[in-house]
Design a protein around this ligand. Structure first.
Ligand code: M6R
Length: 617
């Protein structure tokens, strides 16, 4: 049977490490656990025992905790590689789990897609190889081993092998014959290097190594590195490694706590926003953005934002502000559609990609497409990963400083990205009064968020009422429409409830046919220009006997007459200024969907079928 195996190896997590101490396995698996959000269908680890020189391997399809238990029987080692995998097609099985081994000598972990793996397997058909897996990755291990058997040294064997590979790969390889080194290479699939005083680590992203390492850098493309505990060498090239201190944030959740990571990340938003305010709003109340960013924006006539998922809804929200307040023309595009549409780009457009991970392949590909066809375009990327591909490839990377976000569903990075867009809006606004009002407004943001979080009891009891429902509609007008879309996405992801979002004015164009007593329609109701209009939309649902949940500040909710079919969820006692409502509404929606998911016992931090870093198209 033949499957399209390549794709399901691409969103996985790699961690490898070499230390002077004889104890790499436990820290490696602890770090692997932090990469679990990249995929968690199976996992594995391979080490070389210093004393005996033997290669030891464990695979597991239960959980990383279970792999940790298994690994306790492994002999001590100074060197190891580990992997966590995410499957979209094909089986989740022990045999498909990495590391892949060739003849008890080579072990490797791979992220990426080897497009010509079938032809390569065929080329080894005379070698009598007993193939263990159905993956594309295993062929790399056997190709390297084949080169070694021909007499090449390990670096040349890897070089010769990678020259034959078509596709994308990040590889960490160990060889029993050189037990002090890990060999790595990254081709269109990112890897980072991180170091502490006595160890060097290689990882898919820096989230895994924040506790152990102090400095990190991106692995330059297409160069084979030989990594030992004290040296990072490359035989063929001598690139300068651009080391950065690793940001240890005080927001990072405690690993000991029992509650969900996603919940903690929702609760961290107040402090993340405080940090962003300190960075971006001066004591005098001016918006302070980086000089390079300001320079890139100088002659901008229009902004094109490209993103996926929640980042896309964030961009949509920002579009309302940028057009209304800064009078800047903005278009927002789904990355997965963009480059297949032959888009027409006008002169003096600035590109902004939004991506929490900075590794979303759709967004990266859309950006590369644009740069290829319009090399003159300036590119800004807003995200939370300083060493990511988008951060490296953009003219300016706007870091959201949210601390590692581990929950698969984004929460705190969403509001951090939204904050950056609000600052961008302030920066581009020429009207001084509007500029001042906006900065003043943003300064008070953390208090508004705190107030929403204080309403948690009320949110929890409404969540309990909504939990049995099998579908929910979310509606809003203006920037509450993308917020409704984000709320619907959160409900789908966290609680597995079918949810759809509509611009409230669209209800009458079709969705009203769905209204019946068992369906709840959630409306975001703000004290704004659209209050009267949204009240009409609410009436449309009520008159068809639908249930209604209203989310908004007390003064806006008070204008709506009580009705047995209406439940009101107050976000704040006073009506917040217009840019704040998007933040208070989205935080309320995060808490609501979290509590619905909790009451249904869903895997909130790792929703089924999803991965945090979506590096497939
Ligand atoms: O890392 P990115 O922001 O590029 O990710 C984009 C989407 O995959 C992401 O927002 C996804 O929709 C999340 N699961 C939302 O919670």
């Amino acid at each position: 049977m033949s499957y399209s195996y390549g794709k399901h190896e691409h969103m996985c997590g790699i961690i490898a490490g070499v230390t002077l101490e004889n104890n790499i396995t436990a820290p490696l698996l602890k770090q692997l656990k932090k990469l679990e959000y990249r995929g968690y269908d199976s996992a594995g680890v391979a080490t070389i025992c210093k004393e005996t020189g033997a290669l030891h391997v464990k695979h597991n399809t239960d959980s990383i905790e279970s792999l940790m238990l298994d690994a306790q029987t492994m002999p001590k080692a100074t060197i190891g590689i580990a992997h966590t995998r995410w499957a979209t097609h094909g089986q989740v099985s022990l045999n498909n789990a990495h590391p892949h081994i060739a003849e008890d000598r080579i072990a490797l972990v791979h992220n990426g897609i080897i497009e010509n793996h079938e032809a390569l397997k065929e080329s080894l058909s005379g070698e009598g190889i007993a193939w263990r897996s159905q993956t594309d990755s295993e062929v790399i291990a056997h190709l390297i081993n084949f080169q070694l058997k021909k007499g090449l040294n390990i670096t040349s064997a890897i070089e010769n092998t990678t020259q034959q590979l078509q596709g994308t790969y990040a590889l960490a390889i160990i060889d029993k014959k050189t037990p002090e080194s890990i060999y790595i290479i990254a081709h269109e699939s990112s890897l980072i290097l991180a170091k502490s005083d006595d160890a060097t680590f290689i990882s898919s992203d820096q989230n895994a190594v924040t506790s152990e390492a102090t400095q990190a850098c991106t692995v330059p493309k297409d160069i084979i590195f030989n990594i030992s505990a004290t040296k990072i060498q490359s035989e063929r090239a001598h690139p300068k490694l651009d080391w950065h201190p690793i940001q240890k944030t005080k927001n990072h959740h405690s690993e000991q706590t029992e509650s969900s990571i996603t919940y903690q990340e929702i609760k961290e938003q107040e402090s993340v926003l405080k940090g962003l305010i300190d960075t971006h709003i001066s004591k005098e109340g001016n918006i302070e953005i980086n000089k390079t960013l300001s320079f890139l924006l100088k002659d901008t006539k229009r902004i094109l934002m490209i993103a996926c998922g929640s980042s896309y809804y964030c961009a949509q929200t920002g579009k309302y502000w940028l057009e209304r307040i800064a009078k800047m023309p903005v278009s927002v595009e789904l990355a997965s559609e963009f480059r297949y549409r032959s888009p027409v780009i006008e002169k003096d457009t600035t590109l902004i990609t939004l991506s929490q991970s900075g590794e979303t392949l759709d967004t990266i590909s859309a950006k590369r497409y644009l740069k290829e066809h319009h090399p003159e375009i300036k590119s800004i990327s807003i995200g939370n990963n300083t060493l990511s591909t988008l951060a490296q490839e953009s003219d300016y990377f706007w870091y959201t400083h949210a601390g590692p976000e581990v929950g698969v569903a984004t929460t705190k990075v969403f509001t951090a990205q939204l904050f950056c867009l609000a600052c961008l809006c302030g920066h581009l606004t020429e009207n001084k009064n509007q500029k001042n009002t906006l900065t003043k407004t943003l300064r008070a943001l953390p208090e508004w968020i705190r107030e929403v979080c204080k309403k948690e009891r009320q949110i929890e009891s409404i969540a309990a009422e909504l939990a049995p429902d099998s579908a929910v509609l979310f509606c809003g007008r203006s920037e509450s429409y993308p917020i409704a879309q984000e709320a619907a996405l959160k409900l789908k992801e966290l609680a597995y409830v079918h949810a759809q979002a509509y611009a409230a004015g669209e209800l009458k164009h079709g969705p009203l046919a769905l209204i019946e007593p068992s369906l709840t329609t959630v409306f975001f109701v703000n004290q704004d220009l659209f209050l009267e209009k949204i009240k009409s939309n609410i009436s449309e649902v009520l008159s068809r006997k639908g249930k209604v949940l209203l989310i908004g500040p007390a003064p806006a909710l008070a204008t709506i007459k009580p009705n047995k079919n209406i439940t009101k969820l107050t976000t704040t006692e006073k009506a917040p200024p217009e840019q704040i409502a998007a933040f208070t509404n989205v935080v309320c929606a995060q808490l609501l969907t979290y509590h619905i998911a909790k009451s249904k016992n869903c895997a909130i931090d790792k929703p089924r079928n999803l991965a945090k870093c979506v590096t497939v198209e």
